[in-house]
Design a protein around this ligand. Structure first.
Ligand code: NDP
Ligand code: 2IT
Length: 444
């Protein structure tokens, strides 16, 4: 057994049942063989054992009272995974499927993603199994205040800076920030994705989706191609999906389908993104409403069928494992050319392998969706400097960062003889910097 295989084997034994964490660790570790072989000192320093074990894991009770006066109890999590290159940084997810395995997979991915941005941010992730769906604003506020009443003692502008993820957007960040400020009596950049009136950065809302498109467009450009006229599917209809759709359309794509967790809409004339924004951002309603409002559009119950719609570009922007092997094969059979991951780990290991075998240009999440956290780091810089950059300035920086990441992962893949394998490229390029910093810090 190689060092990498042994670490992976131990990880599975010592973290039983954590299937998402096993999946992310498998994807990452197996691609690191070439780097590990080039650095025998890493094994001596138990570098991979330390890299895959969070520095700190905080689990806590979140009690709150619902609108009927009933006391409810949720689980709260913050995994402070790796601070080698900067303070822990990563989002909070509120979704009933959240458990330790999900938070750890997201945290592990986040370490390498944050490294790829080139900015000084370590990796962390947190959240709760709280389900924001169907809750009143008061219930959301009560939950967020209770969550922060424990979380505040573990975070700080130079220690750990959470942000949004599934189920955590501007509203939730506002309530979380308000409670942090009240308890600590300090107005600092302890969360990103804040509102523009209290220290948020312009373009943070758009950043993940726009960044995904900037990188995908660059991969196309390198091949003498572009988004013009490309039939595109964007799964999800939340923060990442909406702004991926918007920017893809600005570049000439025809986005024909999107979904939420109930089902998908198909609009052969091209999705009207303003209608989606009204339904999802303003009314917080279900996507099936779209078919009631737009002539020619249809709604189908269930999500999986979306991947059987013929397209040139597939952009999964909802959640983990939304593209399995069967869906990947359907996409390939229909001629998909590019897959850009907006969500975290949206493709199963089998799906990734199918895309790569079929020579589909596959841009993995930790590179392709790094625009969100990169802009969070720009928000941190603006907070510390007590200054604001214009939308144009932030957008230009975001675009430069995404293009740099693309060429870095392209170069890393080539360096080790795996040209075009951006999974290898992203894992290796992200890992090299973290490994160097960890080695410099000694055994800690
Ligand atoms: P949102 O909560 O804004 O939107 C999530 C979307 O995905 C909703 O349309 C939701 O549908 C759908 N969805 C969630 N779970 C499922 C499921 N099990 N099956 C089908 N659809 C589902 O979250 P974001 O847009 O912020 O996040 C989307 C993805 O992007 C996540 O993987 C996240 O980790 C990743 N990401 C987010 C970043 C950010 O800046 N926000 C940055 C980088 C990555 P419904 O409303 O019905 O639940
Ligand atoms: O997965 C992610 O990169 C995010 N949810 C964004 C994290 C951040 O700190 O902006």
């Amino acid at each position: 057994m190689t060092y990498v295989e042994r670490v992976l084997d131990d990880l599975k034994k010592r973290n039983p049942g954590e299937k998402e964490f096993h999946q992310a660790a498998t994807e990452i570790l197996l691609t690191l063989e070439p780097v590990i072989n080039a650095h025998p000192e890493y094994e001596k320093a138990a570098l991979l054992e330390r890299f895959t074990e969070p520095e700190r894991t905080v689990l806590f009770r979140v009690p709150w009272v619902d609108d009927n006066g009933v006391v409810r109890v949720n689980k709260g999590y913050r995994v402070q995974f790796n601070s080698a290159i900067g303070p822990y940084k990563g989002g909070l997810r509120f979704h009933p499927s959240v458990n330790l395995s999900v938070i750890k997979f997201l945290g592990l991915e986040q370490i390498l993603k944050n490294s790829l941005t080139g900015l000084p941010i370590g990796g962390g992730k947190g959240g709760s199994d709280f389900d924001p769906k169907g809750k009143s604003d008061r219930e959301i506020m009560a939950f967020c205040q209770s969550f922060m009443t424990e979380l505040y003692r573990h975070i700080g502008a130079d220690t750990d800076v959470p942000a949004g993820d599934i189920g955590v957007g501007a509203r939730e960040v506002g309530y979380l920030f308000g409670q942090y400020k009240r308890i600590r009596n300090e107005h600092v950049g302890v969360l990103t994705g804040r509102g523009l009136s209290y220290g948020g950065s312009l373009m943070r809302k758009e950043a993940t989706g726009y960044g995904l498109i900037y990188m995908t467009a660059e991969a196309m450009k390198q091949r003498g191609d572009s988004f013009k006229g490309k039939t595109t599917i964007v799964s999800g209809s939340g923060n990442v999906a909406i702004y991926a759709c918007e920017k893809a359309q600005q570049l000439g794509a025809k986005v024909v389908a999107m979904y939420d967790s109930n089902g998908y809409i198909y609009d052969p004339n091209g999705i009207q993104i303003d209608v989606i924004k009204q339904i999802k951002e303003v009314e917080r309603a279900r996507i099936k409403e779209y078919a009631n409002r737009v002539a020619g559009a249809t709604y189908t119950e269930g999500c999986k069928g979306i991947w059987t719609i013929p397209c040139d570009v597939a952009l999964p922007c909802a959640t983990q494992n939304e593209i399995d092997e069967e869906s990947a094969k359907a996409l390939i059979a229909n001629g998909v050319q590019y897959v850009g991951e907006g969500a975290n780990m949206p493709s199963t290991l089998e799906a990734i392998s199918a895309f790569q075998k079929a020579n589909v240009v596959f841009l993995p999440a930790k590179a392709a969706n790094a625009g969100g956290v990169a802009t969070s780091a720009l928000e941190m810089a603006q907070s510390s400097g007590r200054l604001y950059w214009s939308s144009e300035e932030v957008d230009a920086k975001l675009k430069t960062i995404m293009i740099n990441i693309y060429y870095n992962i392209d170069a890393a893949a080539k360096k080790y003889g795996y040209e075009g394998n951006y999974v290898m490229g992203a894992n290796i390029a992200g890992f090299e910097k973290v490994a160097e910093a960890m080695m410099a810090h000694g055994i800690v």
